[in-house]
Design a binder for this molecule. Structure first.
Ligand code: F6P
Length: 340
């Protein structure tokens, strides 16, 4: 009997095996780029640091009055949660102290935040804590981030153009999901890696070296309460999903819904509605980063006819678009229905 064929480990498997710390992984990846200077690596570390603080805060939601609504503010669509505000402060502080990021665009503030690091080469757009309105009820939430190399002159403050270079100009993007465990998932355009947080050690460890999305799936995720507001094509597509007896799963936090579907296969839909005629989700710090991760994982993200990454940003830094993201075959099917 011949011995079973074994797949030889790739260079990546040897250099960064499962269990590698995020810190070491970032260092190894940086070493693979001859001209990398380490700034992007530092920036990813800053994001990881802020997320560790948020793991602690989220796990104590409900204590010390921290889980409380503090009223609408800035660009918020829902009442602002104190933990959402806390996340905003923590991420901006970590990015400021790290010195590589010259400005932050946050869902929590209308204007760009100047970190004072005018020699920093990068800008970061983020939704500090999406789905935070459900935090009082122990629902999973997430931080979504997108990183650009600035186009404005080094030495001065960042400008809006740094954030409106378009989805394909992102140099890195990802999210942190605060769920049954905490995971950090990110891409720099060379596949998608997932890290799981070990709270007793205070470290993220590589747990999913090459995340790929199944091309099909049995899950659809949307707020069906908006059914009567959905455009006809969305209702037709969803009816087909139901006829196929697909499962409906909806957390109401983009990072959580997307993350589940990344593993199981499926489609997330936020079509235009009566309340949000242009779609509800934000292009720069929700749709672009999720689309970048999706594309790198073999999935697809569209606003209807257009790929999300090709949607040109407007001058409105908090621009909203419709979002359909998930398994390639399901999203393409939706596009066919939309085009009919
Ligand atoms: O950021 C917007 C957001 O909270 C997403 O994270 C989430 O998927 C969506 O809105 C939920 O919207 P709705 O409550 O309308 O279903």
């Amino acid at each position: 009997m011949s011995a079973p064929a074994t797949i030889p480990p790739s260079h990546d498997d040897i250099a960064t095996p499962v269990g590698t710390t995020l810190e070491r992984y970032i260092m190894r990846k940086q070493a693979e780029f001859p001209f990398a200077t380490g700034e992007l690596s530092q920036l990813l570390r800053d994001i990881a640091l802020a997320s560790k603080i948020m793991v602690r805060e989220v796990s104590r939601a409900g204590l010390n009055g921290i889980a409380a609504v503090v009223g609408p503010e800035g660009e918020q669509t829902a009442p602002r949660h104190r933990l959402g505000e806390e996340a905003h402060i923590r991420f901006v502080r970590a990015l400021t102290n790290g010195r590589e990021c010259c400005a932050v665009l946050s869902e929590a503030r209308a204007d760009i935040i100047d970190t004072g690091n005018h020699d920093g080469k990068y800008v970061v757009a983020l939704n500090p804590l999406n789905g935070s309105v459900s935090l009082d009820f122990n629902v999973s939430t997430g931080t979504i981030f997108s990183i650009y190399r600035r186009v404005s002159r080094y030495g001065g403050p960042a400008r809006a153009e740094d954030f409106t270079q378009g989805g394909r100009a992102q140099v890195a993007a990802g999210y942190i999901l605060y769920g049954s465990s905490t995971m950090l998932v990110y891409t720099t355009g060379h596949g998608v890696a997932g890290f799981t947080y070990e709270p007793s050690l205070g470290e993220f460890f590589l747990s999913h070296p090459r995340l790929t999305m199944p091309t099909r799936g049995e899950v659809f995720s949307c707020n069906e309460g908006n059914w009567f507001d959905f455009p006809e094509f969305a209702r037709t597509f969803l009816t087909t999903c139901k006829e196929r007896r697909m499962s409906a799963r909806y957390v109401g936090s983009l990072a959580a819904d997307y993350h589940r579907n990344l593993f199981t296969g499926g489609i997330y839909l936020y079509p235009p509605t009566g309340q949000w005629p242009s779609g509800k989700l934000r292009l720069l710090y929700e749709c672009y980063p999720i689309a970048f991760v999706s594309e790198q994982a073999g999935g697809v993200a569209v606003t209807g006819a257009d790929e999300v990454l090709d949607v040109p940003p407007t001058a409105d830094l908090h621009q909203r678009v419709p979002l359909f993201v998930g398994s390639a075959e399901l999203v393409r099917e939706l596009q066919v229905v939309a085009a009919e």
